[in-house]
Design a binder for this molecule. Structure first.
Ligand code: EPU
Length: 332
């Protein structure tokens, strides 16, 4: 279905009242292909929208927004230990996780309760509580936005990194992901508890882990339905050993994780809190009072107000720590 001058308020978790000049709902991969072939999208003027949970609209969108609504889950293949499933792009991410847990398939449980849709998950390589979706993805099916041709991407071709993939870089805005394939473990008996704050208690089952993750997320992160937000606004910065040693001398309490490459990842939330921003308001935009990495819409904020607040935070963290925060959220 095609709509004009369409409100995006329900389609972004910040709850920004921007409008799209044209908005196309896609009900199947075949329909997506047919429409793309007919339209020959100019990719500078076409935006694929998922659940809208990682996007900030700073004004109305003058081009065409296309949004997949197709959402089937299919079991593709089974071996003695694994099952390959595919999920269509428009499926709500957490519905997929719930389905895998109900079917006793392991791998996605630590990624419970992340807002957004399946098609967007690989783009920013969603991750939480010691897991990253890139470790479960086998292949991605996509359509070129320029000519509607099918393309299959194998995991290695996606150039996954921390909140990063080829779809955010060389192939940004070039493809519509139609479905994602995952390799999951049948009836797993071991679980990923590397993130210390997960406490499934006696319930060492997929369901127990899912419950523990949902509990931590609900405690820590504001519900977008109550307070508009897009999860972590910035990435956690990775700094080299010299900068780390320098900062650690000045701030003994600075938390950090050593990465495989001998660098250090610093929680952006800590930097932002230390720079005095936690719970601060700037007009109708604010920094959440429970988690400093979450910028919130306090009610009818414009996207530009949130963007301005984020820029003030970046400036202040840069001048205090010499670290430039990189945004995780897509600014449109
Ligand atoms: N912290 C503060 N102040 C705060 C909050 C946190 O100083 O207000 C410090 C604490 O030291 C805490 C550390 O920051 O131990 C890390 O906080 P948390 O465990 O909440 O994780 P995060 O690094 O802020 C990342 C992901 C989240 C993911 C969690 C859990 C990024 C950018 N964010 O957040 O992902 O849920 O880990 O694994 O990597 C998202 O990407 O949108 C997202 C929510």
């Amino acid at each position: 279905m095609i709509r004009y001058n369409y409100s995006l308020k329900r389609h972004n978790t910040f709850g920004i009242a921007a409008r799209a000049r044209r908005f196309i709902s896609l009900e199947s991969a075949e329909e997506a292909k047919a429409i793309i072939k007919k339209e020959n999208f100019n990719t500078d003027n076409c935006l694929v929208l998922g659940g809208g949970s990682n996007i900030l609209f700073t004004g109305d969108y003058g081009g065409t927004i296309i949004k997949p609504f197709f959402n089937k889950i299919t079991i593709e293949r089974k071996s003695s230990d694994n099952v390959i499933i595919s999920a269509e792009a428009g499926l709500e991410w957490d519905k997929l996780v719930e389905w895998t847990v109900e079917n006793d398939l392991g791998g996605l449980e630590n990624l419970s309760f992340i807002p957004g849709n399946v098609g967007a998950a690989p783009i920013q390589n969603i991750g939480a509580y010691g897991a990253e979706v890139s470790n479960l993805i086998t292949r991605i099916h996509a359509l070129s936005l320029e000519n509607g041709e099918n393309r299959v991407f194998h995991n290695e071709e996606c150039m996954f990194g921390y909140r990063d993939s080829i779809f955010k870089n060389e192939l940004k805005s070039k493809y519509l992901i139609t479905s994602v394939e995952f390799r999951l473990k049948k009836s797993p008996v071991t679980f990923n508890l590397s993130y210390g704050k997960l406490e499934p208690g006696g319930e060492m089952t997929l369901y127990g882990i899912r419950k523990a993750v949902i509990k931590v997320r609900k405690e820590k992160l504001p519900d977008p339905a109550v307070k508009g937000n897009a999860g972590s606004f910035f990435k956690n910065p990775v700094i080299n050993m010299h900068s780390y040693a320098d900062l650690k001398m000045r701030y003994h309490d600075m938390p950090s994780w050593r990465t495989g490459t001998g660098h250090y990842k610093i929680p952006a939330a800590w930097l932002i809190e230390k720079a005095g921003w936690k719970g601060k308001k700037a007009g109708r935009a604010g920094v959440d009072h429970k988690h400093a990495l979450i910028l919130v819409n306090l009610g009818n904020a414009k996207g530009t107000e949130i963007l301005e607040l984020s820029n003030s935070i970046t400036d202040s963290v840069r001048s205090k720590f010499g670290i430039t925060l990189e945004k995780e959220v897509n600014i449109i």
